[in-house]
Design a protein around this ligand. Structure first.
Ligand code: HH2
Length: 277
């Protein structure tokens, strides 16, 4: 395993913040759909995020915004083919944001080292086996149902307890399939079948997820809950709220943050870490 990946997987022990830059090679993502659909602009954006201090570039070819339709695996691969190998050549850690083992397999062969599975291994029964045999790290995220219907009427009795129990169960399932816990990362899934009050509880409750003993990742970047609090309708104008959400979770022990705007978060986390130390 590379030293860079080891640092990420140890971040919950060291407190070192890790910034994961989002690269959506999609025509329809909620905040940047179409912007990096062209391969040259996608690679240029990856280069920019690396220069800004991103530790990981998370490449995705399927939007999972509320209401979105599935993108077949071969279409995801066709979108990734001209981009992902070039991003891996930059020497940065690459993660693949997909729920399909076929897509993850392509990405790992092209140099990705992390599988970011927003279904936590529930969409494709082959995903855990692939993570086990490849030695990749694995992000297990909570989502209520599927993107098409997840925001229709999300309900929880105790959102933090239920999602912590879900993540504990998925960690155990991954482990049973041969993926060591030491290679797993958990994510409560901000915005994936959650109302405002749920998202706030999940951010305030980061310590509960940290007690699972693996690094905790949050992806609040530009999401709707920030607009609900502030009235800001335009996702790209939600940077201030994104920073506040990441810093609140960092103070409570989370260490990995998936964002579209890398430079401001790298700076914010450096200052937050200096204060905490
Ligand atoms: N959020 C999105 C996509 N992937 N992965 C993890 N682990 N955590 C997240 O919170 C997360 C994620 C959605 O954001 P984005 O990629 O910007 O939008 P879209 O799904 O429309 O492409």
């Amino acid at each position: 395993m590379s030293a860079a990946l080891e640092e990420v997987l140890n971040s919950h022990r060291t407190g070192r913040p890790v910034v994961m830059g989002v690269l959506n090679v999609t025509p329809d993502s909620f905040s940047d759909g179409g912007k990096f659909y062209d391969p040259a602009s996608a690679v240029a954006q990856a280069l920019r995020m690396v220069a800004e201090g991103a530790d990981i570039i998370d490449v995705g070819a399927e939007s999972t915004r509320p209401g979105s339709e599935r993108v077949p695996a071969d279409e995801q691969i066709a979108r990734l083919e001209p981009v992902l190998p070039e991003v891996a050549k930059l020497g940065v850690l690459v993660s693949i944001d997909t729920t399909r083992a076929e897509v993850a397999e392509f990405a790992l062969a092209a140099g990705a080292r992390i599988i970011n599975d927003v279904s936590a291994g529930r969409d494709d029964p082959r995903m855990f086996a692939l993570a086990a045999s490849s030695g990749a790290a694995l992000v297990l995220m909570h989502m209520l149902g599927e993107p098409k219907s997840m925001q229709l009427d999300p309900r929880y009795e105790d959102v933090v307890r239920e999602i912590r129990d879900f993540l504990a169960e998925r960690l155990a399932a991954a482990e049973a399939a041969g993926v060591p816990r030491s290679r797993c990362i958990v994510d409560p899934g901000i915005g994936f079948g959650k109302r405002l009050e749920h998202n706030l509880a999940l951010l305030a409750g980061a310590e509960a997820f940290c007690r699972l003993g693996v690094p905790v990742l949050y992806g609040p970047s530009r999401k709707r809950f920030i607009g609900e609090i502030t009235g800001e309708e335009v996702p790209t104008n939600r940077l201030g709220g994104t920073l506040a959400a990441c810093l609140a979770a960092y103070r409570r022990g989370a260490t990995i943050f998936r964002v579209h705007d890398v430079a401001p978060l790298v700076q914010a986390l450096a200052v937050a870490r200096a204060i905490e130390q």
